[in-house]
Design a protein around this ligand. Structure first.
Ligand code: BEZ
Length: 253
């Protein structure tokens, strides 16, 4: 499995259509419980909204993200942010904690990420995070795959995400020298700030990219029509069927 997602990140689109992703990160920050003077690595920092909070706790934070646009936005906040592929981390034995919110479902192969985190942590260091878990956005994913299949395209091949069960992710962590403290699925139906089509255009570009540009609006309207009964209320408001996997693990060294 390789990371073949064509997803690109525009920090303005993200702020308009997905700001709630970092807004909902407070509980996983609490689980990290960063302390003054600790060195923390933030994987998939996005525009730095949550990274700033770890810095505010007094920790010394290095933030990485695959997206130059998001890293530029994070640097504007004064953060020590770098463009880096989390399957090729460059750190060894230097962090008390590694943190990640809403990023690990994008990064394949997950084995390479967990191996790099284990190398980056000091013995006894912690890996704390939250990302899409088994069943995440399953209605949106299924409708998108079906819409591509109906056009004679391979919908499943376009699926960019890794949404493991707690059992599978715990096994992966254990295999790389971690004691898993907790790993749980958290269903979190999430109201969207705008249309479902805007969420898909911002966060699920891999499902739209195979469709010719002139046909994309109709394609997205078709997906919305398919999802409306399940995910739209009588006033027209959309909700995404999020399910998070929240975990905490300690590196044995
Ligand atoms: C998530 O944060 O769970 C998520 C974000 C983008 C696409 C799919 C899931």
């Amino acid at each position: 499995m390789i990371n073949s997602s064509k997803q690109t990140w525009n920090s303005d689109n993200y702020a308009n259509n997905a700001r709630f992703v970092s807004d909902l990160g407070a509980p996983v920050l609490d689980l990290l419980a960063p302390k003054p003077g600790e060195r923390i690595l933030d994987i998939g920092c996005g525009d730095g909204a949550l990274t700033q909070k770890i810095v505010a706790a007094g920790s010394d934070v290095v933030a990485i993200d695959h997206s130059p646009s998001q890293v530029a936005a994070a640097r504007k906040l004064g953060l020590d942010a770098h463009v880096m592929d989390a399957t090729h981390l460059i750190y060894a034995d230097e962090f008390e904690g590694v943190f990640s919110n809403a990023a690990l479902h994008w990064i394949k192969p997950p084995e390479a990420v967990v191996a790099g985190v284990a190398t980056a942590l000091k013995p006894g260091g912690r890996f704390v995070g939250e990302f899409g878990g088994y069943g995440n956005v399953s209605k949106i994913r299924e409708a998108s795959i079906a819409a591509l299949n109906a056009r004679g395209l391979d919908g499943e091949a376009a699926n960019p995400w890794y949404f493991p069960t707690p059992e599978d992710y715990s096994a992966l962590l254990s295999a790389h020298g971690f004691d898993v403290t907790s790993a749980v699925l958290i269903p979190r139906p999430t109201p969207l700030p705008g249309r479902m089509a805007d969420w898909i255009k911002t966060l699920a570009q891999d499902f739209v990219a195979p469709v010719p540009e002139t046909e994309q609006d109709a394609f997205l309207q078709g997906i919305e029509a398919d999802l409306a009964d399940d995910l739209q209320d009588a006033d027209g408001n959309w909700t995404a069927d999020y399910v998070r996997l929240r975990f905490s693990a300690s590196f044995k060294g």
